[in-house]
Design a protein around this ligand. Structure first.
Ligand code: CA
Length: 225
């Protein structure tokens, strides 16, 4: 599980990173709101821990931009203040949970488990786009009465394309999320898998295909008839 910490108090950010790494989470940290948006938009994180008061862009603005950009990563907002108004503004902006500083590490760990569990429940077993339905527990895609099973990597790629909706997913994101940071896989691996997915979608006679946007990445699109 990968976590992004957006916190300008470097000592606190480092302490959180250490606590989370001890629990085997992979953690990256940035110290201002603009970097928070840039990193968060990659869509590769499972949870974002986002401070409210940040240089450049505050936490509420960061959460809003991520949600507007189609990123659905659960966000836990941190704040030194504890007024109802801040909480409402934070939750309205798209944060999933709220923690008031100071907090105990155990409380943070519990909140992380809770938001990721809720997020997984929200992701239904069967998701659809255009004329295809995708069962993410069996990895089967169907269109009308035709269906075909995807292999593990094809399914992981298609899940990311579904989750990001109309926001393109870059090759880099696919490599990190599907093959992992340490993998030696490269662009040609991604291209090969994208072409497998295209073939399978056309095999089931779907109007949906994966389009490549030069230098940006891939997204799902319905072919115009
Ligand atoms: Ca701060």
């Amino acid at each position: 599980m990968q976590i992004l910490i957006v916190e300008d108090e470097v000592r606190l950010a480092k302490a959180l990173k250490q606590i989370l790494e001890e629990k085997n989470y992979m953690v990256e940290m940035v110290h201002n709101g603009e970097d928070g948006v840039d990193y968060g938009m990659s869509g590769i994180y499972d949870v974002i821990i986002l401070d409210l008061m940040l240089p450049k862009l505050n936490g509420i603005e960061v959460a809003k931009r991520l949600r507007t950009g189609g990123v659905e990563t659960p966000i836990i907002m941190l704040t030194a203040r504890d007024t109802i108004r801040d909480k409402i503004a934070g939750l309205d902006s798209g944060a999933d949970d709220y923690m008031t500083k100071p907090f105990s590490p155990n409380e943070l760990l519990a909140r992380i488990r809770a938001v990721t569990r809720r997020h997984a429940e929200v992701l239904a077993d069967v998701i659809s786009y255009g004329d295809i339905t995708f069962n993410i527990s069996t990895n089967e895609v169907s269109c009308g009465d035709k269906s075909i099973r995807l292999n593990f990597k094809e399914a992981e790629i298609l899940k990311l394309l579904f989750l990001r909706k109309n926001v393109p997913v870059s090759k880099e994101d696919l490599l990190t999320k599907v093959w992992g940071y340490d993998s030696e896989a490269g662009d040609s691996n991604v291209e090969a898998y994208i072409s497998f997915i295209r073939k399978k979608l056309s095999f089931i006679n779907s109007n949906v295909t994966v389009v490549s946007l030069k230098k940006v990445g891939y997204k799902l699109e319905e072919k115009k008839c």
